[in-house]
Design a protein around this ligand. Structure first.
Ligand SMILES: Cc1ncc(COP(=O)(O)O)c(C=O)c1O
Length: 405
């Protein structure tokens, strides 16, 4: 007997909505924000500097520059790497808009390379195929926190003298062969957006071991004005600053850093809980062949940051497609996301660069099937059980084996 879907008038599995994500912000974050508000210094200042230092230590990078988003960090990193008009940057089509948009922002052309079918990270062989004399950098994306194949990608980049920029938005806790993401290429950018593993509401961090690059990024992220210009209204008193180049307004505030300082201290506890959630979900999905989880297991020495829990809808086993499953699960009171639909098939990329379906089959097939389930450390085991129950209900109702009643 199949149960009527909430979408068709049945009773939803959950009486209240389980959100896609809820940030775990506690009394420590609240007290730190209040302390900042009362300190008299609310923009970039001592707490941002402290957060930068603690983040650099966490990642093991020589330099960390706090910015107001990962997008801003990727943008200034490309500018600092000297990428500009006429250049090409190779990146993944299985990513968020930002990774490709920043390449357009600097006047360069994003060139996509298809992904590996399992992890949906960049396929090094596909990257190699896309390298041209115009290629200026490789922008790797550690999709959902799974590290890219960095040995192969680094060898390719080194052979051609290309820098690697890591989009580490999903990858704060990620390890590749025992090494932290953030130092695997020339420069990396992390995200502290509301749904990320460490959040400051909005925010980001750039890390690098290259002192000259770090200096340039720091200057570029605050109007292009001289170092330490953020202190110009501090108790140290006003000092002239110089405009060294036309930079951007990308600095992080101490209010944001107040959240980041405590979020970072809790990062390992959050990670352990998300790992448990992955194990619970994976066990449940062994019995639901209509939806297949993206494999989250990593090779020995690697660590997945477990940023999201995406599943691939198997339309050949169902009487509906991803969007049909998405609508049905939402009606059962689940908050959902899609990470991602292939970027090159968005209207802007199709029109501006002439992309067509058929060029990147792995990313396109995944982009048509992916669906991200609720996934955050404060979720209970019962929450996971209710998600699995809703998925089972929809899968059964729409299964080709049962038939559409
Ligand atoms: C892969 C990836 N890169 C970059 C970003 C941009 O991050 P932010 O919102 O901090 O600019 C995101 C955000 O969701 C992302 O998922």
């Amino acid at each position: 007997m199949t149960e009527t879907l909430a979408l068709l008038g049945g009773t939803p599995v959950r009486s209240t909505q389980l959100p896609f994500h809820r940030a775990s912000l506690g009394p420590e974050e609240e007290a730190e924000v209040v302390d900042t508000l009362r300190s008299g210094w609310i923009t970039t200042g001592p707490k941002t500097k402290k957060f930068e230092a603690e983040f650099a230590t966490y990642v093991g990078a020589a330099h960390a520059i706090a910015v107001n988003s990962c997008t801003a960090g990727l943008h200034v990193a490309l500018v600092a790497l000297g990428v500009g008009p006429g250049d090409e940057v190779i990146t993944s089509p299985m990513t968020f808009a930002a990774s490709a948009n920043v390449v357009v922002h600097v006047g360069a052309t994003p060139v996509f390379a298809d992904c590996l079918p399992g992890t949906l990270t960049l396929d090094p062989k596909e990257v190699e195929r896309r390298i041209t004399p115009r290629t200026k950098a490789i922008l790797v994306v550690h999709y959902i926190g799974i590290p890219c194949e960095m040995d192969e990608l680094s060898a390719l980049a080194a052979a051609r003298g290309l820098p690697i920029l890591e989009d580490a938005a999903h990858a704060i806790e990620t390890l590749y062969k025992g090494r932290k993401v953030g130092c695997l290429g020339r420069v990396a950018a992390f995200s502290f957006y509301a749904t990320k593993n460490v959040t400051t509401g909005e925010g980001g961090m750039v890390t690098t071991d290259d002192a000259a690059l770090a200096d340039r990024i720091r200057i570029l992220s605050l109007h292009g004005i001289s170092r330490d210009a953020w202190k110009r209204y501090s108790a140290e008193g006003y000092r002239h600053y110089e405009i060294l180049e036309a930079g951007y307004k990308y600095n992080m505030s101490d209010i944001q850093a107040s959240l980041g300082l405590h979020q970072l201290r809790k990062v390992d506890g959050f990670w352990r809980r998300r790992k448990e959630l992955v194990e619970l979900y994976d066990a449940g999905f062994r019995e639901i062949p209509e939806l297949r989880p993206v494999p989250q297991a990593t090779a020995p020495g690697n660590r997945n940051a477990y940023h999201l829990y995406p599943v691939l809808v198997q339309p050949e086993r169902l009487t509906t497609d991803r969007d049909g499953v998405l609508a049905a699960l939402q009606a059962e009171n689940l908050g959902l996301g899609v990470h991602f639909r292939a970027v090159h098939l968005s209207p802007f990329y199709e029109k501006r660069f002439g992309h067509r379906r058929g060029t990147y089959p792995v990313a396109e097939a995944a982009g048509d099937r992916l669906l991200s389930l609720p996934f955050f450390p404060a979720m209970t085991d019962d929450d996971v059980a209710s998600v699995l129950e809703a998925v089972r209900k929809v899968a059964q109702y729409r299964s080709t084996e049962v038939g559409d009643p």
